[in-house]
Design a protein around this ligand. Sequence first.
Ligand code: ZN
Length: 666
Amino acid sequence: MNKHLFICVAAVCVLCGCNRHNQSFQYNVDKFYDLEILRYDVPEFDQLTILQKQLVYCLSEAALWGRDILFDQNGRYNLRIRRACEDLYLNYPYEKGTEDFAAFECYLKRVWFSNGIHHHYSEDKFLPEFTQEWFVAACEKAGVTYDEAILPVMFDPAVMPKRMSQQDGVDLIAESAGNYYGEGVTQAEAEAWYAAHKDNSSEPMWIGLNSQLVKNEDGKIEERVYKVGGLYGEALEHVVYWLKEAKKYAENEQQQIVLDKLIAFNETGDLKLFNEYCIAWVKDLDSRVDFVNGFTETYSDPLGITGTWESMVNFKDLAATKRTQLISDNAQWFEDNSPTDKKYKKEEVKGVTAKVITAAILAGDCYPATPIGINLPNANWIRKEYGSKSVTIDNLMHAYNEAAKGNGFNEEFMIDDEIRGIYEQYGAMCGDLHTDLHECVGHGSGKLMPGVTKDALKEHASTIEEARADLFGLYYLADPKLVELGLLPNKDAYKAGYYQQMMNGAMTQLVRIEPGKDIEEAHMRNRQLIANWVLAHVTEGQAEVEIIERDGKHYLRINDYDGLRRLYGELLAEIQRITSEGDYVAAKEMVETYAVKVNQELHEEIRARYAKLNLAPYKGFVNPRYIVERDCESGIITDVKLDFTEGYIEQHLRYSRDYSPLPSVN
Ligand code: ZN
């Protein structure tokens, strides 16, 4: 669903074998309802120059000052509700050990998590598990005042039940609680207004990316633009202040241009400047520190026009970038030595260097729930003419992995202590390396025969392509070349990756499939395709790999790792042939036989075992706290330090206290 910000789809159970992370770091912070809060480390921050640290700090302030905007975009009562609840929480007049208080605290935590009163993922309004009478009485006793209009919004299930409606045949604006349109604006009126105001004279641009449409006293539609002096101006003023501060520490001229354009855009609301900002941002490839700050994704507006506010500050992960560079430098060796037919190999192959970043602060629509990658800008014409930036965020992935340690998943699904041990040590390392091989050399390997086009495999093209890149990575994961290059520490480490792929592809990824459903998503199809093809092609009487039953539970067992590698190689050769020849019939047969259908009994068993582990389906983060040291006389920042001790409640209360400039009604 989310095109440009991809949410973690990896099986979040890879354990971290990485030694760049502080062993005593506390990744797990809080768990409530269907949510788990994690903390992420910011490795390599200490290695930034003082200028880069100052820059990160200023940009992180610019990020935090936008928090209220998203609450208000998500619903016009959200700030009123959040503030009343926070006020009651801080001035709670009774004993706190009661069920009512626990329900109230849980509700407030969920409001913080969703930046409003609708579930961040399902978009359904969540109802308090305490009564309206209880809330009213507690507020009265505590002296908390609030707008009475919030009561039905909080407690009546029929009022604003959906943040965004996607139902056919209804007025999407009337049925959505999102605050992109003022009261009384109909979908037809908004669409007519957009059509009339589209600017076709200059380069394509989005009308309405940064505005709310409202009805004025005469019943006419008016645009309220998000800008300094306009809608959300009280927050954007602070954002602009910190962007100006950041400019003092910019790493180079191009980054200064980026900041100038973004400042000017926030001051004027002029979308031409936003386009210029996007173009300047795409061109800034040299800066180590980078950021997103503004109205970006349009998924929450039922008409898909207005952007939700978000920010993420990050910097290049040099260790990971070095790793991908090394792989990419050896691209020709990988191509020449792969098990595919010589006629399908590229004579000259170029590796790609994957860009890996470290997140330093998350805000707005990136917080607390967050993407694990960024692929921006969104405007297609800019992407076509100027390119885009696509990065993965390594430290967030590591936090997911680390936090999953000890959650019982591996104990439940891995066959014995031996493989669990190997996995604990090398699982994350293999996961990273496999991704690198997939991205840096896998997709780029091989060639098409003359006359064969990229879309020859039609609807199966992406499954086959992902399988091809995955198999390329799997085949080489076991190669001594990786140990020789220093990418793996010994000749057995790859076993963690092999076990993970087979277990996930054949069994555990099924936890994400609803009962009775087929597998639809290309990456999931590709993983099952590989695992099931291998299981169907083991040598008779040898069973290189098999699924066995023990005490009514099924487990994957690998008996012969070399044999498994040979099977991966055979499948890679065939998938490369299918791709190079554009053999649609074989692709269809392969996908339909191994990738789509789910073994119903196994599925049921896996889901039941998974449910017993009681893992939270949604995860989000707390941010680190940046602490600055300043020169007493000049006020200049002399150092920036990180603090990782803040809890979830503390953090949100602090943000609401220190970074909450918007009025309750905007
Ligand atoms: Zn891929």
